[in-house]
Write a protein that binds this ligand. Structure first.
Ligand code: HEM
Ligand SMILES: CC(C)=CCC/C(C)=C/CC/C(C)=C/COP(=O)(O)OP(=O)(O)O
Length: 301
């Protein structure tokens, strides 16, 4: 008699972990951090207790809606994700979570986050956050990503929204300072993503996605990465020029921008997957340190 194969039941903890993974936690953490900086800069000096409460609720609301957008992306792209080494593990791609489970999860997160923003923050923040959800989940994921290599440039606008959302949460409007922070993330996104796409080009080719290294080749993409880091460098100086920050931010901004441009330059001169990976990793350090410097600078001034 043959031994029966044990049936594997997913534990509740495992299922929860799978749902959590759909929200692309690390990306969303940085998104919420950028929103938090928008909030901090919107309030002169130290925040009142009411500001702190509104800020915490706004962070939770933005986190929920951003997680919903990421989960919706995982659902729409489950076929594509299954073809790429980097994403094949996702619970939607592996069929561990059904389409209905992912859809309901995304809808619930989006509804909960939107309600929280509407009732405890303000309607403007709710509408802007919802528009960002549509921008990423529908305009980028469904329309632009399979259509054009400029997908991440245009789609990057939704990723750049967090400081604007944070600013709106605290002030009820959108100030020029918030738009400067938007511009920084908007210009940061292409070198962030194309550095990754360079060493993951085979994944994207297999998945049939028109990412820049697939459509225009390695050399052209490297040049674009370098050019974007130049414009980004200039944009990173704007908070100081506009009077939103002091010298501490300026020194840090110049430091990390030299680092990012340096990586992009080295990559342009001499390509290797290792260097492209390092450039991608540095993009994350660049944005995190830049925004952390804005925070420290704001309270030191
Ligand atoms: C349309 C815009 C963007 C595109 C196409 C994009 C693309 C990607 C991709 C494909 C990865 C996966 C890397 C991997 O699995 O190894 C990634 C990682 C990451 N991205 Fe982006 N990104 C965008 C915007 C942003 C924004 C706005 C932020 C935050 C403000 C961000 C933060 C991150 C972080 C923190 C990671 C690392 C995740 C990890 O290590 O698990 N990205 N990005
Ligand atoms: C409401 C709000 C603030 C929404 C934020 C939207 C959001 C999650 C933006 C981040 C952009 C992102 C994760 C891109 C990943 O690209 P990809 O989807 O092409 O990557 P993949 O290949 O890993 O799926």
């Amino acid at each position: 008699m043959s031994t029966p194969i044990p049936v594997q039941h997913a534990s509740t903890a495992n299922v929860l972990r799978q749902f959590y993974a759909l929200t692309k936690p690390r990306v969303v953490q940085l998104i919420v951090f950028c929103a938090l900086i928008g909030m901090v800069l919107a309030v002169p000096g130290l925040p009142s207790w009411a500001d702190v409460q509104r800020g915490v609720l706004a962070c939770i609301g933005i986190w929920l809606v951003a997680g919903a957008a990421a989960a919706f992306n995982c659902l729409v792209e489950k076929g594509i994700d299954a073809k790429m080494k980097r994403t094949a593990w996702r619970p939607t791609a592996r069929g561990q979570l059904s389409d209905m489970q992912a859809l309901v999860f995304s809808a619930l997160l989006c509804a909960a986050g939107s309600a929280l923003l509407w009732f405890t923050v303000n309607p403007l923040t709710m509408w802007l956050t919802f528009a960002t959800f549509v921008g990423y989940a529908v305009i980028y994921t469904v329309i632009l990503k399979p259509l054009t290599p400029q997908n991440i440039v245009i789609g990057g606008a939704s990723g750049a929204m967090p400081p604007v959302l944070g600013w709106a949460a605290m002030t009820g409007d959108v100030g020029p300072e918030a738009l400067i922070l938007f511009l920084i993330i908007f210009l940061w996104t292409p070198p962030h993503f194309w550095a990754l796409a360079l060493y993951r080009v085979e994944d994207y080719r297999k998945a049939g996605l028109p990412m820049l290294p697939v459509t225009h080749g390695n050399e052209f993409t490297r040049l674009q990465v370098l050019l974007y880091t130049f414009i980004l460098f200039a944009a990173c100086l704007m908070p100081f020029i506009y009077g939103m920050s002091g010298w501490l931010y300026l020194v840090v901004a110049i430091g990390v921008s030299i680092g990012f441009t340096g990586y992009a330059f080295a990559l342009w001169r001499n390509y290797s997957d290792t260097l492209a990976r390092k450039t991608f990793r540095f993009s994350l350090i660049h944005l995190s340190v830049l925004f952390a410097a804005l925070l420290v600078d704001h309270y030191l001034r």
